[in-house]
Design a protein around this ligand. Structure first.
Ligand SMILES: Cc1cc2nc3c(=O)[nH]c(=O)nc-3n(C[C@H](O)[C@H](O)[C@H](O)COP(=O)(O)OP(=O)(O)OC[C@H]3O[C@@H](n4cnc5c(N)ncnc54)[C@H](O)[C@@H]3O)c2cc1C
Length: 284
């Protein structure tokens, strides 16, 4: 199948893109890397009247340190994140997660902002942004607004972005020297979407983890934080008994949804497997 006919525009500046978006209304779609959108157009799951190609907009590009935050522009590709020294130093969880996204050819085109805006619960970046306490910087007709990752992912493929808004960048607090992290996903083959995955960070002092953030993905309608498990572990000496309690809490608190090939029971089991491995690795 081929996409339905559409108009195509390529603005050079953010303000121009916002005006075009406002003019066209809900009938317009932004296109960044096109790695998700083109498939939905070709399958006619989406039939916009106009595509607004944002890939020439300088304001959406680049990775930089701004104050105590790492700023990642919406147009930064998965490959740029994977290869960035700034990311490796200041948000090492992202470097560890990047190779799990599809294959290099897709990572060369797919973007950080496209993945966050699409809000796929099986995707790596939404889970990582939640774990790292990211802030989304969004521009719309009335200017800039900032939304924490916790409030950004609302439901299945649904974020708090309005149709006339553009995700410009994300800010992530710089990793401290005490930060430990764990990223892993269980997938049938490398490059496939995960059956279940975990993006975790904590501050480590001796055998104690604090400021724990454990986000599971590909298990529910959005990435989900295991807050009961986090609270259990936080500030206590990590041992086998505490790990077993945290595993039980995480399995119990997350409302798991089955997908086309994996049962809710299998995913619930994997949540425990991932958390046990993650806690042991972070404690080591
Ligand atoms: C074979 C294959 C395997 C894949 N496997 C994985 C995987 O394992 N993990 C994973 O996470 N992803 C995977 N993907 C998806 C890939 O990561 C996409 O790159 C990503 O989901 C979307 O980024 P994009 O830049 O291509 O967005 P696009 O396809 O251009 O856009 C996606 C959506 O986001 C909107 N959008 C884009 N940018 C913005 C913005 N700045 N502001 C507001 N809205 C915006 C668009 O309007 C559209 O609705 C896979 C894709 C393919 C084709």
């Amino acid at each position: 199948m081929k996409a339905a006919a559409f108009d195509y525009v390529k603005p050079k500046a953010l303000n121009e893109a916002l005006s075009l978006l406002e003019e066209a209304g809900e009938d317009a779609r932004l296109i960044a890397g096109g790695q998700t959108l083109l498939a939905t157009l070709n399958m006619r799951l989406s039939e916009p009247s106009v595509l607004i190609d944002i890939t020439d907009i300088a304001e959406l590009k680049g990775i930089s340190v701004v104050g105590n935050n790492l700023r990642i522009g919406a147009l930064v590709t998965h490959t740029e994140i994977e290869d960035s020294e700034l990311v490796a130093k200041n948000a090492p969880l992202l470097k560890a997660a990047a190779p799990h996204i599809a294959h290099r050819a897709i990572r060369n085109l797919g973007t950080w902002g496209g993945s966050l805006a699409y809000g796929d619960p099986a995707a790596e970046w939404p889970a990582c942004s939640l774990t790292l306490g990211a802030t989304m910087i969004i521009h719309g007709p009335s200017g800039e607004r900032r939304v924490s990752a916790k409030d950004f992912f609302i439901d299945l493929y649904t974020t708090s972005l309005e149709p006339d808004e553009i995700l410009v960048a994300t800010e992530i607090p710089l990793a401290s020297k005490q930060e430990v992290f764990y990223f892993h996903e269980l997938a049938r083959r490398h490059g496939d979407y995960a059956v279940a995955g975990l993006a975790a960070v904590a501050q480590k002092q001796g055998d104690v983890l604090t400021n724990c953030a454990f986000t599971f993905f590909s298990v529910g309608a959005t990435p989900v934080m295991a807050t009961a498990a986090q609270d259990l572990v936080d500030g206590k000496k990590l041992n086998d008994e505490l790990i077993a309690q945290a595993v039980a809490a995480a399995r119990n608190e997350i409302e798991v949804i089955a997908d086309i090939t994996n049962s809710a029971e299998a995913k619930q089991h994997l949540i425990g497997v991932l958390l046990e491995r993650g806690l042991k690795q972070m404690a080591a």
